[in-house]
Design a protein. Structure first.
Length: 244
């Protein structure tokens, strides 16, 4: 059986953040930027942050022009975020991923604009930490703030390396890239990866040539490889015992 490889975005793709988390992320970034010297009030700092995220997929980098150490800001924000949402994930809701991510011929890695520790900590909180080797979780701290997924192939090159591949393998290997942000799909598409947009259908990207597949959730997409799995089954006794 041929191997199939997957490079997954993290937030709202592999792990669906809690309903209030987006608001919390924006608030924590705004408060932290103000604490580090943003020259604007809360509302304007928030507006600049969100606008930069929409344009680039990153929020914090815009503050470098105001003399703020964005690397310090970035790490502090993610440490604060995890402290605020730690323990709030419903690990039982992720039990089906035990099977979805454990197919014997599938290899998975994570490529996120969050910190590597943010992804690892959240994976543990959802009970999925044992499914990923630490080297297969790549945050922006590894790829570099100047090389986000929307602008550079570097993260994808690191992801490929983490699963034992290189760009030379792409033409003859089945490799999928899953992400909820459409702006992150052009570069992997140009590289030859099979792009999968996860989440609501965004009208302005409906006809985008760089999006090859669409799925409501990552679980729905992964189920196409294992149609016998029941996505409605939320719990497994062995999983509950492991988490307990």
């Amino acid at each position: 059986m041929s191997r199939v490889y997957f490079i997954h975005d993290f937030d709202n793709c592999l792990v669906m953040q809690l309903e209030h988390t987006l608001k919390t992320i924006v608030d924590v970034y705004t408060r932290t930027a103000l604490a580090h010297g943003s020259p604007f009030d809360y509302a304007e700092t928030e507006r600049i942050l969100v606008d930069n995220f929409i344009k680039t997929g990153l929020g914090h980098t815009v503050f470098a022009q105001y003399g703020i150490d964005v690397d310090v800001l970035y790490h502090e924000v993610h440490e604060t975020l995890f402290a605020e949402i730690d323990g709030q994930h419903d690990a039982e809701a992720y039990a089906i991923y035990e099977d979805l991510l454990s197919h014997p011929s599938h290899v998975h890695c994570v490529l996120t604009h969050g910190t590597t520790d943010w992804a690892l900590n959240n994976l543990r909180a959802t009970g999925l930490g044992h499914l990923f080797h630490e080297d297969q979780v790549i945050g922006l701290d590894k790829m570099g703030a100047d090389h986000p997924k929307s602008k550079s192939p570097r993260g994808f090159q690191l992801a490929l390396d983490s699963i034992g591949l290189s760009e030379a393998d792409i033409p003859h290997t089945e490799i999928y890239f899953t992400d909820d942000s459409a702006i992150n799909h052009p570069i992997p598409h140009e590289m030859g990866l099979r792009t999968v947009h996860v989440g609501p259908k965004v009208p302005e990207y409906m006809d985008a040539k760089y999006i090859r597949y669409r799925a409501e959730t990552l679980a729905c997409f992964l189920k196409t490889f294992q149609p016998h799995l029941d996505l409605e089954r939320k719990t497994k006794p062995s999983r509950a015992q492991r988490l307990g």
